[in-house]
Design a protein around this ligand. Sequence first.
Ligand SMILES: NC(=O)c1ccc[n+]([C@@H]2O[C@H](COP(=O)([O-])OP(=O)(O)OC[C@H]3O[C@@H](n4cnc5c(N)ncnc54)[C@H](OP(=O)(O)O)[C@@H]3O)[C@@H](O)[C@H]2O)c1
Length: 320
Amino acid sequence: MKAAIATSYGSPDVIHLAEVPMPTPKPTEILVRIHASAVNAADWRLRSANPWFVRLVFGPFKPRRPILGVVFAGEVVGTGVAATKYKKGDKLFGWTSLMKLGGHAEYVALPETGAFAPIPAAMSYTDAAAIPFGFGTAFSFLRKAQVAQGQRVLIYGASGAVGSAAVQLAKTMGAQVTGVCSTRNTELVRSLGADHVLDYTKDDILAKRDLYDVVFETVGKLPFKESLALVKQSGTIITGSEMPTQMLARLFAGKADKQVKVIGGTALSTAADMKHLAQLSAEQAILPVIDQVLPLERIVEAHARAESGRKVGNVVVEMG
Ligand SMILES: NC(=O)c1ccc[n+]([C@@H]2O[C@H](COP(=O)([O-])OP(=O)(O)OC[C@H]3O[C@@H](n4cnc5c(N)ncnc54)[C@H](OP(=O)(O)O)[C@@H]3O)[C@@H](O)[C@H]2O)c1
């Protein structure tokens, strides 16, 4: 089968297409023919070993798992002898998983209990591939923050994959949402349902201090002390994209005075989460946001765009 592989860490150019053996499903696994995937922050971070501790988990000198791709949308084409949850022809979308990867290929074998669910009837594979990463991450964090009806929620980085999903999901939870983005994305963020939009290139965001029940920093660009200024007493800060230096800064940020709850770490999705997102998609309560759709052959370009820090929503790759 055709796959995009990274046999060393480095720039997008380390990725190339190769013919690799087809995976064989184990007894409780399913074999999926992938129609679309996405290139996300997880992919470029693993490919470039950024942050450095990626190497501790994925291999000190080169990636142990050369086929990247943490999400997929595809069709079940085979089942292991003891796999009973899905049948041939089922259309699924979700995570291949951070530890397994393998989404940037024509086929993947996955445990049937993985974090995926049936694609809503009217949804294309391309749209479905743009749901799991951003919405899965945002949903996991917003649920932990117990966002409730009427709460004021600030989404910083509201035009990215996680941010554009967080705006929409916070609205489904009944929050009053403020999205922060640059001028070129203000209309998009408003169209996603944000009640207020702040332009980080023009507006004085810190004028809104002590206002928000939840501050969700999705892109690792807002210093923790500014999130702390914006959140209410006893509110919640979600650090969706925290790097080691920011973690250290947070320890010395004096958050005790405000008694805020801080949620960070890795967001993990479940099959139930994907089912919930499928339901919201079917009701059109959430919509995928797609920056570009590229064929797998243009995977290097897809990686470069994903790493640019400028993509709007998701870069989808189609297997053809
Ligand atoms: N903790 C976890 O489990 C987890 C899971 C998923 C992702 N993440 C992390 O979350 C981060 C975001 O991922 P993503 O895929 O959502 O990012 P992304 O899609 O690449 O984000 C791009 C967006 O960020 C906006 N942006 C860039 N600089 C900004 C700034 N200074 N202020 C506000 N917005 C800015 C850009 O808009 P403009 O061009 O308009 O500025 C662009 O639309 C990544 O670092 C990723 O590693 C963590």
